[in-house]
Design a protein around this ligand. Structure first.
Ligand code: NAD
Length: 502
């Protein structure tokens, strides 16, 4: 029998459901005084609780705490930071079941994925913890006259702003490297799924993180998010979310010359050539769009299939989509849970009319499922072409658009015909073709004969409208740190003398 995961989740969020969820600043919980906003359960549509939009004074207080804590944390040895961050990972592992259950409750994501995502949160902390002692390392660039050497220094207090799709894992992915680098953090989680961020900040303090180093404030994007990105004491903004929000944040941060790192939307192609291992390709195509309810930045939402295998492959694909198990996110058997919010459900379901108006076919699904939760049937659109909105816009739901292509050149042209450029997946047994297409495709990440399998030292990020900058490995530290060059003279060189008589 499965444990009662809903009960576990309700127990974990109980302290925040009787009164609005506030903030966590300078090592302590703050009730908050700003206007409350609702948090709903995507599975039932019922009100779970409320959270408070931080007031301007509360936001300023969180930034001030991060600023005060910065010199101490930046000056803490890398070894000590490493030890604390490993303790954070230990505590995440110890509470992984509870964290995963809260994600099922709050974000509607299925248990089978969230149980792994919680552990990935611990892995993110361990990975960057191990790198903390060498974060400041640089290069030596000697000349005959100078020893140039570089060092790296944490940039200062930073803002981390995250979305609702896999809230806990994504928060750790941004916050762990910031802390390992020696930055202090003000985190604003998404307003539709704020609970696991509260667990994270509490865990971090239980692990021994000093007060003020990691602060968490709740609030809406247009108020709290905007103020945070405009604040002069915030030196950089690490943002994960929609492309249009990234654009707004760039404007908001312009007056204070913010350094920004953007992980934005995607409309990622999976390109299947007729020589591919079609069984493995089918598994990957289904997994990469219908897992995480399709609410995944790297989801392969555009299926480019060679015309010679189109009918055969699409028939098998449609069969698989019909068999997906939609249901209670807490159930281990569930493959697709509810969408995050009524507004998002309206957006995703609205594309069915768009698809038919544009001349595509709804081969499977295309409708809201009965009940009060925000369930949407796994959907497959066929007979689409690359000019249609369903082929160009990020729908961010369990929705796949099939577009046939003729040959390699046509596949590349279609893969690149959208504004986004996050990930691409290529299926072929011809290695030379795989290399040519990988080179030509406009995407920050390409997987050949694979689904999205992450290796944390490898760079993660997108080009075009999908982002600015890369995470992972040393790329994360490059963002959170300033590189300084020191030129130390040997004393051998002649300094030009001005103001002396010839
Ligand atoms: P969103 O842009 O609406 O919101 C993300 C966060 O930004 C939230 O915390 C929100 O409150 C905040 N925000 C909104 N307006 C703001 C403003 N003006 N100033 C400051 N903050 C503001 O995104 P979402 O709907 O929560 O998430 C889904 C999007 O995230 C999708 O586009 C998805 O592709 C993207 N995403 C990208 C990656 C990646 O790695 N590239 C990963 C996950 C999700």
């Amino acid at each position: 029998m499965q444990p009662d995961r809903r009960k576990i989740a309700m127990g974990a969020v109980a302290p925040f459901t009787n009164q609005p969820l506030g903030h966590f600043v300078d090592g302590a919980s703050v009730m908050g005084e700003g206007a409350p906003f609702p948090i709903t359960d995507p599975s039932t549509g019922a009100l779970l609780g409320e959270a408070r939009d931080a007031s301007e004074a509360e936001l300023n207080g969180a930034v001030a705490a991060a600023k005060r804590a910065f010199p101490g944390w930046a000056g803490t040895s890398g070894e000590k930071r490493k030890a604390i961050l490993h303790r954070v990972a230990d505590l995440i592992e110890a509470r992984a079941e509870e964290i995963a259950a809260v994600e099922c409750l709050d974000a509607g994501q299925a248990w089978r994925f969230m149980s792994k995502a919680a552990l990935r949160g611990a892995e993110n902390f361990r990975f960057f913890a191990d790198r903390a002692p060498a974060a400041a390392d640089g290069q030596s660039l000697p000349t005959a006259e100078h020893l140039n050497f570089t060092t790296r220094h944490p940039i200062g207090p930073v803002a981390v702003i995250t979305p609702w799709n896999t809230p806990f894992m994504l928060s750790t992915w941004k916050i762990a490297p910031a802390l390992a680098a020696g930055c202090t953090v003000v985190h604003k989680p998404a307003e539709w799924s704020p609970y696991s961020a509260r667990l994270l900040v509490e865990i971090a303090h239980e692990a021994g993180l000093p007060a003020g180093v990691f602060n968490s404030i709740n609030g809406l994007g247009e108020t709290t998010g905007r103020r945070l990105t405009e604040h002069p004491d915030i030196k950089a903004v690490a943002f994960v979310g929609e492309s249009k929000t990234g654009s707004a944040i760039m404007k908001q941060g312009a007056d204070t010359l913010k350094r920004v790192h953007f992980e934005l939307g995607g409309k990622n192609p999976v390109v299947v050539f007729d020589d591919a291992d079609l069984d493995r390709a089918l598994d990957a195509v289904v997994f990469m769009i219908y897992s995480l309810n399709g609410q995944r930045c790297t989801s392969s939402s555009r299926f480019l299939v060679q015309r010679s295998i189109h009918d055969r492959f699409v028939a098998r694909l449609a069969e698989r989509v019909r068999q997906l198990k939609v249901g209670d996110p807490f159930d281990s058997a569930t493959e697709v849970g509810p969408l995050i919010h009524e507004r998002h459900l309206a957006k995703v379901s609205g594309y069915a009319d768009v698809a038919t108006a544009d001349g595509a076919t709804i081969a499977v699904g295309g409708k809201r499922l009965d009940g009060d939760g925000y369930f949407y049937s796994p959907t497959l659109y066929t007979n689409a072409d690359i000019g249609m909105r369903i082929a160009r816009e990020e729908i961010f739901g369990p929705v796949l658009t099939v577009i046939p292509f003729e040959d390699e050149a046509d596949a590349i042209a279609k893969a690149n015909a959208v504004d986004y450029g996050l990930a691409a997946y290529i299926w072929t047994r011809d290695l030379s073709r795989a290399l040519r297409v990988s080179n030509a495709v406009e995407a920050g990440m390409v997987w050949v004969n694979s689904e999205n399998v992450r290796h944390l030292p490898a760079p993660f990020g997108g080009m075009k409208a999908s982002g600015i900058g890369r995470d992972g490995g040393d790329w994360s530290f490059d963002f959170y740190m300033e590189t300084k060059n020191v030129a130390l003279a040997t004393g051998n060189h002649k300094i030009q003398r001005l103001g002396v008589e010839a």
